[in-house]
Ligand binder design. Structure first.
Ligand code: NAD
Length: 338
């Protein structure tokens, strides 16, 4: 391997001793930076063989990618790559890789937590008790037996399947919609239906699609109006998949009964956001993926990604596997890791 394979992390947020040591042992130089704008990234990464990023807003645009002549791999400490212009990277021969499986357990756990908290109104009850109340909550806000409800999963990828497996224990009906399922594709116990049927029949809707031009605003006014008035929507995917102003109207005018959101259109959620005022909304600060274990997992995956490409192998999770790489790569499965 060429001695000076240079990887630049443009989104440094924590201590990278683990990454630096493992990469150094493989003869890879790791440069730590914090480059928030296109021009800063272009400057910092001009001679980088690999670019590493974490942030959901770091602008890996077509302009940036075109200005990185040596770059072979863009690796992200995340699943969602919506801030990377994957089309431009593919056209330029740059492999894009994520850490596809690092937090499927955590995000599906989080979706289940939000679904159960919504169905049992746990957060509203907590506020009710803290306000000095005790009796009467369920007289004004009746609860339904969870096994009598229907759960609808929008997208049936890794996280949705984990959510389905965990929710199956509650013995409720589970529907899913995903236009890209191939073959039998489904999960045992999950009925695959079209989007309209899912919206019409679900009491709990949980969103698990990537943010793409097609899914931006997928849950729009028409979708929200198609849902049952007792329905709750849970989003642990990306904020802009839901049209947030339509959601605010839906909550205000009671087209649906509630929402539980780990992700919102603008993050951090602005102090004056209308979402903060609704009692029937549960908010978490984009922490669905977080755990000590997932952090450990993502760090190992990113290091494997950089080291694999530096040694001439595909990374474990290429997002654009059809790209013609700038430098020939052998299958990841052929790499005998030390
Ligand atoms: P995945 O790629 O395994 O699954 C996504 C599924 O969505 C695929 O099956 C795909 O076919 C389907 N899909 C695409 N467009 C669709 C559409 N228009 N309608 C219905 N289905 C559609 O991804 P995953 O690991 O399950 O993650 C899903 C998303 O969750 C990620 O893209 C990411 O944005 C988000 N995420 C959020 C957090 C968090 O911290 N909250 C953490 C990880 C991932």
């Amino acid at each position: 391997m060429k001695a000076r394979f240079k990887a630049v992390n443009i989104d440094c947020n924590f201590d990278y001793t683990f990454e630096a040591e493992r990469l150094a042992a493989a003869g890879i130089e790791l440069v730590l930076a914090k480059s928030a704008t296109e021009d800063e990234i272009i400057r910092t990464c001009a001679d980088a063989d690999a670019v590493i990023l974490e942030g959901a807003r770091t602008p890996m645009t077509a302009r940036v990618i075109a200005a990185l002549p040596r770059c072979r791999i863009i690796a992200k400490y995340a699943v969602g790559v919506d801030n990377i212009d994957v089309g431009a990277a593919t056209a330029a021969g740059v492999v894009v890789a994520n850490a596809a499986d690092y937090c499927s357990e955590e995000v599906s756990d989080h979706a289940v937590a939000l679904l159960l908290a919504s169905a049992r109104r746990v957060v509203a009850m907590d506020r009710f008790v803290r306000a000095g109340n005790w009796a009467g909550f369920t007289r004004t806000q009746p609860l339904r037996r969870i096994s009598q409800l229907t759960l609808g999963l929008v997208g049936l990828g890794r996280i949705a399947r984990g959510t389905a497996r965990k929710m199956a224990g509650f013995r409720l009906r589970i529907l899913a919609t995903d236009p890209y399922l191939t073959g039998p594709g489904s999960e045992p116990g999950v009925e695959v239906v079209d989007f309209e049927t899912l919206l019409r029949e679900s009491d709990l809707v949980s969103v698990h699609v990537p943010l793409t031009p097609e899914t931006r605003g997928l849950i729009n006014e028409a979708a929200l109006r198609a849902m049952k008035p007792n329905a709750v929507i849970v989003n642990t995917s990306r904020g802009p998949v839901i049209d947030q102003s339509a959601l605010e109207r839906a909550l205000e005018e009671k087209w649906i009964a509630g929402a539980a959101l780990d992700v919102v259109t603008e993050e951090p959620l602005p102090a004056g956001s209308a979402l903060r005022k609704f009692d029937q909304v549960i908010l978490t600060p984009h922490t669905g993926a977080d755990s000590v274990d997932s952090m450990d997992h993502v760090r190992r995956t990113v290091v494997d990604t950089i080291e694999a490409v530096a040694r001439g192998y595909w990374p474990p999770f290429p997002v654009n596997p059809k790209v013609a790489p700038r430098v020939h790569l052998r299958p990841f499965s052929d790499w005998a890791r030390p």
